[in-house]
Structure formats: structure tokens, C-alpha cells
Design a protein around this ligand. Structure first.
Ligand SMILES: [Zn+2]
Ligand SMILES: [Zn+2]
Length: 1014
């Protein structure tokens, strides 16, 4: 007896049941044990930031990771299953700041760095646990007690080692440069943090006069959207070869930028170069002694503004570059918190936004304001806290990228990307990458091990904890972990004897994640250390070991990694940068990447927009299998629309498979069927076909998994389920009613193999059904059974039946177009273009309810040919009229290749427009090679048979609604108006399991269960 299935699957409930069973039976542990020592599949998990619960978008990547790890496990591969958490840096800091209600670096310092670090660690522990629970619920099988946490001392030491290597190669430098800066976070952002982080913002748009010295009444007019930069102005740039003009009022503009103005005099830009002007805020102490020249700049844009650009080198990257070329002073007006420094008079201590009003009023008062308005433009914002960024000059620690660029490109050439065009995206990023800005002026992050010496000028980079201990002059006793503030209490000795302090900066979080192919695998570690990864801040959170170098040799590089596309400039990049530096090789052999998750209407998901769906909610309401199905079906190079609507659609489709299994279980139980290893009797042709079709599914799925392409997995599975349900089962119903063991065995075999093959995608459903269907001697779990290796197939049989199914599909379309229900029998069907399907005329007739099937030319088709006028007009000239008339009258001959011969002209396929339509009394459908025509005319007999089919359907529905068992017999009473149907009484009886069909005084058909004889 197979355990009966409910009418509909309750996905969340059955998943909880399976999860509990997996735990109770240690299925994952047994699977790992089975595969131990097998061939290796090395997957490296990109760390998820342990800073929030999972969002629906995290489920996408984690589904793909799990699908391929499960697939490889089914095929016997030994795997590591180590999950990673990203634990330090701005994400976590900003989260903690929010929780504590802190809103500036000063407030953090007042709170205390030690306490702050503790809060950060607590947050990581809390969300690490939540993410673990949610990932397990998603069905992700990982070694959850063995996670790596990037804030462990071991991870930090490995980064130190990498930084020391960079220093030894001469790549490390402190750059004085203009950087984009978040005034709230109080730190610069690096190139990879800026992409896509923009918002539409409204800013002032000011046209401002800079009065020229020695040219009374004449002024340059500049345009700015950042008024706060005006107090730091030092120059104005013009385009040397552009034309400038001065208006009657004395205002200089690029002529092109003010086409309606009347200019009294015009000059080339280079004639203005060298003039001097009065700066807008010359009276500020900061401006004392600053001369304001007009400088040349070829890049002055003539597409916006006035063609004269206000230059403030302390407030813009290009301005800063110009200051080097023209030896301009660099005035830096704002501090780390974005507030004005003291020499800026009345602006001191105020924010950039706050001074805008004052500046406008002041310019107006001095008649320097031409026009004040506002502008909405795309403006960079902090990716973490959404504060608009400003430019500042900062000293940041940088790693030079020019020497590593080509080796990284070479390494990328060895990587197989899926989809493959992402390889080029990676190349583009590498070709354009600037030097890596690795420093952040923050607190809870990787402490940069940089110790500059003022006495001898040498920079010491500490490469390990051991080296730190050797050089330390004190403070080791309080060094509980390699984080601020403790690390800052450990001074070291310089080679020259001076005592050195660490720089205050911490590192870019992408260093933390980029080092994991080394730190987690024990690169160059002489001896395996138990729990060697669970140190520093990670102590107590994991049991992870620090393996030895031999282990690294085994598992590096990763065979496969998978993260979303934006990781090209983040993790894929930082990992590759560090790996190519340390080993000259790519850290991964193949990559699967995917795009963004949007809401079901195609909008980005944001908590603040109320359209974000978090993972817990989705898993609880939809269930993991349906979510996994949705992600797997999606082509990863396109954004995915996620929501309850699309999920319902998938549930509906999954029901077809469920119903097939339920159908089997119900009939197998009626027949008392138990599956054995071999078919219990002679296979019928349809059985042979289904077995071949199942092998085809296995071959297609295996091929798709091998190339990391789940859309092909889902497409093949869908089409198989359709064949299974809408062909095999439909066409074999009668055999199941009769308890035919061969049909039951064949269906059972197909179901078991297909659910095995799709188990990596839908592990819960597959397990749930496997446990009900498996043969007694089969493993208890679908994941403990070996992968069903496909065998060679009879391709010609598969093609033959595929063609039959296409004929039937076209026949249905034709019927549908003519408004004829499938229950209405028809007289004739003509099929043109069929090959092996001709051997299946009876099945086609039966499926399409036609009495007669013919194979041959479809004469019921009318060809209407019209001239393609743009081509034929010029060619035929005056003869066009007669040709057109002949075509209309049908007086033409068809030529090979789609052309026609008419009135002695041979016209090519391009020169004519061909329309096909059905003649009166026929309906047509066609695809590339097949044309199917059905006769639509109905006579008395056909109508009556149509009514019988309707009646049978109705009676069977009534049986179901009355809750009758499959074997219950009934009596049928029909209204007198249906008396003519009694000539088909035997047919009706057989189809509805009736022992009697009669008419009576009823207005609607009625059924009554026949009670068993007592
Ligand atoms: Zn910020
Ligand atoms: Zn020194």
C-alpha cells in the first residue's frame, strides 16, 4: 500500500515534515559520509553579511548554490559545504549605529570603541543565527557548525600577509587625492562602492558672476549646483577653442550656451586665459592671498552651464587634477563630517546644505547672482546610508593596480563564466579598474597593519600576529582580538628603534571576503589547527579548523562559485586580485552569475517602499520548493520578478506532477500493486515510449546540471511532465482502471526516476514523494540513492511520438480556433508533412475525436498571394496591374522556395506576400513542417456523440463530488429529453462504471451509488 496523497500539496507543511525527518535521520551527514573520499567538487561560498535577516533576493543565490551542491553530491562528489559570514566593516557598523541611535563618529567615540565592537559582534552572532535558520528552511545543506566568519583573527592575519606582500612589491602607497566622501559615515568610498549608487536629487542651480579684475563692469558667468564649493573657488576654466562673448550688461558666456543673447564682442577662449577675477568669497580667512586666474581646459563641456567652469580643487576630482597642472592652491573647506573648517568665517561648523541659503543671499546682496533656480539630477549617494556624497581631499591607503591588471586578465581568460558574456564584463572591469582604495576611517573593521615612522620615514607592514608579538613594545596582555581599540594599544618597534603606532584606518570589507580562498583552506599553514579559524571575534561562533597546506592544495582553486552579477566588481574581483597576487592563478574555475530580484511589477524592492519581501515571509507563505523552482526556471542574465502572483502560477503548474503521482498512488492501491525491479509483463508500445522518454529526461537534465544551467533543467522537466500526464496517462487510463500491472510499473518507474532527477531543485517535494513511492529495498532518502545515470535511447521512437504529439497539439489548436470543444467528435482530419506519425493514425483520431485521419496534401487551404508593392512596383512597372489581377484570381503556380509563376513572371518569395487560410468548412493550424486541417461540419450523429461525451464528463465529475471510490458502481437516471442517448448506453456504462442507464422523471442527470449486496 502506498501512503495516499491529499488532493493538493501543502508545500510549507510537507517541507517542515521533511526537514524534521532529515534532522532525525541525519540524512545530510550520511550523504557526506557516503561521499567521503570520492571525487572532489570544490565550491567556495561567498560570505553573506550577517547584518540582517535574509531577503527574498538572498534566496536566489542560495538556491543555486544548493542545487548544484546537491547535484554533485548525488553523483558522489566529496564537498566542503562551508558557509561564510561577512562580519565587519560599514554594513555592520551602520546597523549597530542605528540600533544604538548613534548618528556620527563623535557619538561612536563617546560610546566607546570597545563597547561598540562588542555590539557589532553581538549583531553578527544574532543575524548569523537567523540566516542559518532561514537557509536551512530554504533547504540549503551546509556544514552549519563550521562556518567561517571573516572577523576571525586568522582571517585578519591572512589579509595582513597579503598587504605585506603588496608592500614588498611596492604597490602600497598613501594617496593624496580627491575622493567621494560620505559625511555621515565620515569615510571615503572606493570605486566599486560607487557604481549604481545614485539618486534623483534636487539641488540649487546658480548662475554666478566672477567680476574680472581690470575690466570694469565685465564678469565671467559660471554655473554651479554645489554652492557650498564657492568659498573654496580658486580658478575659472574656459575651453580654449570655443567662442565666448560679452553681453551689453558685461556678462561673459560661451556663445553656444546663450544663443539668444546679443554679444557686443566675441573672442576665442584662449584670449581670456590669464585674466584674473575677484573670487566670490575673497574676504574669508581661507581665501587670503589666493589669486583667481582664468585657466584653459579642453574638457569644458558646452552641453550645460555657461561654458565657464568654477574650479575648487578641494571639492572635485577633476578640479584637483587641474590644480596639479596649473599649480593652483587646494582649499579644503569641509572636515570628515562634512562641516566647514574654522577659516571659513560665518560658515564654520555648518553643513554643506545648511550654508546654501546664506551663500545665495550673500551673492544676491553683492549683485553677483545672475539667476537662482533648482535642478533635479542623478547624484551619487552613500550606498549604505543614502547620504549624498561630497568630494574631499583625503589621504587614503591604496594598492596600485597597474602591475596586476594583465595577470588578472590572463587569469580571467581561464575562467568559464555562465552566462558566458559575463566574462567580458569582468574583463571590462579589470581594464578600467583604478588603484584599490583599501582604507576606511572607521572602527569595527580589519585593522590595517601599517606603522609609519616619522623618524626614519620607513613604513612597517606587520604580516602576522607572531610578527606583531615580536615587534610589540607593550599592550599584548590586553590584546583580546585583532580589532580596535585593543590593537591600537600595541605599539611596535621600528627597525630604527623608534616606537610606532598603527594608523587609525581600518580596511575595505572586500579584503575580508577576498582572502577566504586562502584563510579557510589553510594556505601555507604548516600544521592543521583544530578550531584554528574560530579565534578572535569568531571564538565561540564556529568550530571551524584552520587546515594545513596539503588541504589547500586539494581544494584550491574552487571548481565553482556563484554570486550575483554586481560581485564582478566586488567579490569576484577582490578574490581574484588577492589570489593572482599570491599564487598567479584565478581562485575559481567557473562562475555562475545572475541579475537582480525585482518585485512582481518589475520595481526594485525596498523596505521603505513597502514592496520588499523577506525570506522568512516568503518561505512561510510560498514554501521553499516553489521559490526554488521560480529561481531555477529563470534565465539568470535577466532581472527576476518575484512575488506571490508568479508563485501561484508555479504552484498551479507543479500540480500536474502532483496529480500524476496521486493518480498512480490511487490506482496502484486499488490494484494492490507493489513495484519490483523489472516490469511484471510485456511492455506495450506506449510503455516502451515512456521508458525511453524518461531516459531522455535524465540525459537532458544531466547535461543541463553539468553546465550549471537550471532554466534547461526546468524546461525539460516541464515538457516531461506534460508528456507523462497528457500523453502517457491520458492514453493509458483504461489500463489503469483495469489495474494493468505493466502500466502501473511503467508509470511508477517514470515517476521515481523523474523525481530523483529534479530533486536538487525541489528537494522537499522530491523527498516527500520518494518516501511514498520508493521500492522497499531502495534507500530511505532520495539523496542517498545514486544518481539515475541515463542509458542510450531509441531516438527515432522519441521523435516519432514527439511528432504525434505535435500533430495532436495542432489539431487541438485548429479545433479551438473554430470554437469546437474537444468533446465534440468530428468527421475528418488531414495531416500534411507528417513522417513517422503516420503509423499512429488511430491514436491521433482518438485524441482529436475524429472518425478518419488522412495523410497527404491539405487541400482545404487557400493561398492568397499579393504583390509586395515596394519591390514589385519598380520591377513590373505597367504590368503590375495585370499581375495583381491574376494573383487575386488565383491564376498562379507555386514554385519551389516559396515563389510563384504568374503571367509568365517568376516572382521570388520576397516579392510576394502569402496568406494561408482555411476553406469554408475547415479549420487549420500549422507549424514549421506540419499542417493539420479538421473538417468542422457537424451532422446529427456527431452532435449526439458530442452530447454523450459531455454527459460522461458530467457524470464522472458528479462521482468525484459525491466522494465515490474509484471502484464504486452507480445507477444513472437521465431526463426524458436525453432518451436518444440511450442508444449509447453501453458506452456510457463503461465510462462511468454504471450498471444501469435509464430515463426517468428528472430534469437533470442523476447518479446513485449501488449498495453492495448484503
Ligand atoms: Zn554613509
Ligand atoms: Zn623608523
Amino acid at each position: 500500500m502506498f501512503q495516499p496523497l491529499p488532493q493538493y500539496p501543502d508545500h510549507p507543511a510537507l517541507e517542515e515534515e521533511v526537514l524534521a525527518w532529515w534532522d532525525a535521520e541525519s540524512v545530510f551527514g550520511r550523504l557526506r559520509e557516503r561521499n567521503r573520499g570520492g571525487p572532489r567538487f570544490s565550491f567556495m561560498d561567498g560570505p553573506i553579511t550577517a547584518n540582517n535577516p535574509m531577503g527574498a533576493h538572498h534566496c536566489w543565490g542560495r538556491t543555486l548554490k544548493d542545487v548544484f551542491q546537491r547535484y554533485k553530491a548525488l553523483r558522489g562528489f566529496d564537498q566542503r559545504y562551508q558557509n561564510g559570514f561577512d562580519c565587519q566593516g560599514l554594513w555592520v557598523e551602520v546597523g549597530v549605529e542605528r540600533d544604538l541611535g548613534l548618528n556620527s563618529k563623535r557619538e561612536i567615540e563617546e560610546y566607546g570603541l570597545a563597547e561598540f565592537a562588542e555590539r557589532c559582534k553581538e549583531r553578527v552572532a544574532e543575524y548569523g543565527e537567523i540566516i542559518t535558520q532561514q537557509s536551512r528552511r530554504l533547504g540549503m545543506w551546509m556544514d552549519w557548525d563550521n562556518d567561517y566568519y571573516t572577523f576571525s583573527d586568522t582571517n585578519i592575519e591572512y589579509i595582513w600577509r597579503f598587504l605585506k606582500e603588496c608592500h614588498e612589491r611596492g604597490w602600497l602607497y598613501k594617496g593624496h587625492r580627491s575622493v567621494e566622501w560620505c559625511p555621515r559615515c565620515g569615510t571615503s568610498l572606493s570605486q566599486h562602492e560607487l557604481i549604481n549608487s545614485y539618486a534623483e536629487l534636487t539641488h540649487p542651480s546658480l548662475y554666478v558672476r566672477f567680476p574680472l579684475r581690470g575690466r570694469k563692469g565685465e564678469s565671467l558667468v559660471v554655473w554651479t549646483t554645489t554652492p557650498w564649493t564657492l568659498p573654496a573657488n580658486v580658478a575659472a576654466a574656459v575651453k580654449p577653442d570655443a567662442e565666448y562673448g560679452v553681453t551689453e550688461g558685461g556678462d561673459w558666456w560661451a556663445v553656444e550656451r546663450n544663443p539668444d543673447a546679443t554679444f557686443v564682442r566675441r573672442v576665442r577662449g584662449d584670449e581670456l586665459v590669464g585674466l584674473e577675477y575677484e573670487g566670490p568669497f575673497d574676504s574669508l580667512p581661507a581665501q587670503q592671498g589666493v589669486v583667481h586666474p582664468v585657466i584653459p581646459w579642453d574638457d569644458v563641456a558646452l552641453t550645460e552651464g555657461t561654458g565657464i567652469v568654477h574650479i575648487a580643487p578641494g571639492c572635485g576630482a577633476e578640479d584637483f587634477e587641474l590644480s596639479r597642472v596649473h599649480d593652483l592652491p587646494v582649499l579644503m573647506p569641509i572636515n570628515e563630517a562634512g562641516r566647514f573648517y574654522e577659516p571659513y568665517g560665518e560658515f564654520e561648523g555648518r553643513s554643506t546644505e545648511d550654508v546654501e541659503g546664506t551663500i545665495v543671499v550673500e551673492l544676491e546682496r553683492r549683485n553677483l547672482l545672475v539667476e537662482a533656480g533648482s535642478i533635479i539630477h542623478r547624484y551619487p549617494i552613500c550606498w549604505r546610508c543614502a547620504t549624498p556624497l561630497v568630494f574631499r581631499i583625503a589621504d587614503d591607503w591604496m594598492i596600485r593596480a597597474d602591475e596586476i591588471r594583465q595577470p588578472m586578465l590572463d587569469a580571467n581568460a581561464t575562467v568559464e563564466w555562465t552566462p558566458d558574456f559575463y566574462s567580458k564584463r569582468m574583463d571590462d572591469w579589470l581594464r578600467n579598474m583604478g588603484d584599490w582604495n583599501i582604507s576606511r576611517r572607521r572602527y569595527f573593521g580589519l585593522p590595517l597593519p601599517f606603522y609609519p615612522c616619522d623618524s626614519c620615514g620607513q613604513l612597517t607592514v606587520v604580516g602576522s600576529l607572531e610578527e606583531l608579538r615580536e615587534r610589540a613594545t607593550g599592550g599584548l596582555e590586553q590584546l583580546k582580538e585583532l580589532h580596535r581599540p585593543w590593537i591600537d594599544e600595541v605599539p611596535i618597534r621600528c627597525d630604527c628603534g623608534a616606537e610606532l603606532r598603527r594608523v587609525p584606518e581600518v580596511g575595505d570589507a572586500w579584503l575580508d571576503a577576498g582572502i577566504v580562498p586562502f584563510s579557510t583552506l589553510g594556505w601555507q599553514n604548516p600544521e592543521w589547527k583544530r578550531g584554528g579559524y574560530a579565534n578572535g571575534a569568531a571564538a565561540g561562533l564556529t568550530d571551524a579548523d584552520l587546515p594545513d597546506h596539503a588541504y589547500w592544495e586539494k581544494w584550491y582553486p574552487a571548481d565553482w562559485v556563484s554570486e550575483m552579477r554586481e560581485q564582478i566588481r566586488l567579490w569576484f574581483y577582490s578574490q581574484s586580485f588577492m589570489s593572482v597576487t599570491l599564487t598567479g592563478r584565478s581562485p575559481y574555475r567557473s562562475v555562475l552569475t545572475y541579475e537582480k530580484l525585482l518585485d512582481e511589477h518589475g520595481r526594485e524592492m525596498h523596505r521603505s517602499w513597502g514592496n520588499a519581501i523577506d525570506a522568512a515571509e516568503a518561505l512561510q507563505n510560498i514554501g521553499a520548493d516553489v521559490i526554488r523552482f521560480m529561481f531555477c526556471e529563470h534565465v539568470p542574465s535577466q532581472n527576476l520578478k518575484f512575488g506571490y502572483g508568479p508563485a501561484d502560477e508555479i504552484k498551479r503548474r507543479l500540480l500536474t506532477f502532483w496529480n500524476s503521482v496521486k493518480f498512480f498512488v490511487d490506482y496502484a492501491n486499488v490494484a494492490g500493486f507493489r513495484p519490483g525491479p523489472e516490469t511484471p509483463g510485456e511492455l506495450q508500445p506506449l510503455d516502451v515510449w515512456l521508458l525511453e522518454r524518461t531516459e531522455q529526461l535524465l540525459a537532458e537534465l544531466t547535461e543541463a546540471y553539468e553546465r550549471y544551467w537550471t532554466p534547461a533543467v526546468m524546461r525539460s522537466f516541464d515538457s516531461f511532465v506534460d508528456d507523462l500526464s497528457n500523453w502517457y496517462i491520458r492514453r493509458s487510463r483504461r489500463r489503469f482502471w483495469n489495474g494493468d500491472e505493466v502500466a502501473l510499473w511503467t508509470l511508477w518507474h517514470a515517476l521515481v526516476r523523474s523525481l530523483q532527477s529534479v530533486s536538487p531543485v525541489m528537494p522537499f517535494l522530491a523527498e516527500f514523494l520518494w518516501r511514498r513511492l520508493r521500492a522497499e529495498d531502495a534507500p530511505e532518502s532520495v539523496f542517498l540513492a545514486p544518481w539515475p545515470e541515463p542509458r542510450d535511447r531509441d531516438e527515432s521512437l522519441l521523435e516519432e511520438v514527439a511528432e504525434v504529439r505535435r500533430v495532436v497539439e495542432l489539431g487541438r489548436q485548429a479545433r479551438g480556433d473554430a470554437g469546437l470543444k474537444l468533446r465534440q467528435p468530428l468527421r475528418r482530419l488531414v495531416v500534411q508533412g507528417a513522417g513517422p506519425a503516420q503509423r499512429h493514425a488511430d491514436e491521433i483520431a482518438d485524441e482529436l475525436r475524429v472518425k478518419e485521419v488522412e495523410f497527404g496534401p491539405v487541400e482545404a487551404m487557400e493561398l492568397r498571394v499579393k504583390p509586395n508593392l515596394p519591390l514589385l512596383g519598380p520591377k513590373l512597372g505597367k504590368e503590375l496591374g495585370s499581375v495583381r489581377a491574376a494573383l487575386e484570381a488565383g491564376e498562379f503556380e507555386q514554385l519551389e522556395g516559396g515563389g510563384v509563376r504568374v503571367n509568365g513572371h517568376d516572382l521570388s518569395a520576397e516579392e510576394v506576400l502569402v496568406e494561408r487560410s482555411a476553406r469554408q468548412g475547415w479549420a487549420l493550424a500549422e507549424d514549421e513542417s506540419l499542417t493539420v486541417a479538421v473538417a468542422t461540419e457537424l451532422d446529427e450523429e456527431l452532435r449526439r456523440e458530442g452530447r454523450v461525451f459531455e454527459l460522461i464528463h458530467r457524470l464522472n465529475t458528479m462521482r468525484k463530488e459525491a466522494g465515490l471510490a474509484l471502484t464504486d458502481r452507480i445507477r444513472v437516471t437521465l431526463p426524458e429529453s436525453d432518451a436518444d442517448l440511450l442508444q449509447h448506453a453501453d458506452w456510457i456504462k463503461e465510462e462511468v462504471l454504471a450498471i444501469e442507464v435509464a430515463t426517468g422523471s428528472v430534469s437533470e442527470p442523476q447518479i446513485a451509488k449501488v449498495q453492495a449486496a448484503t
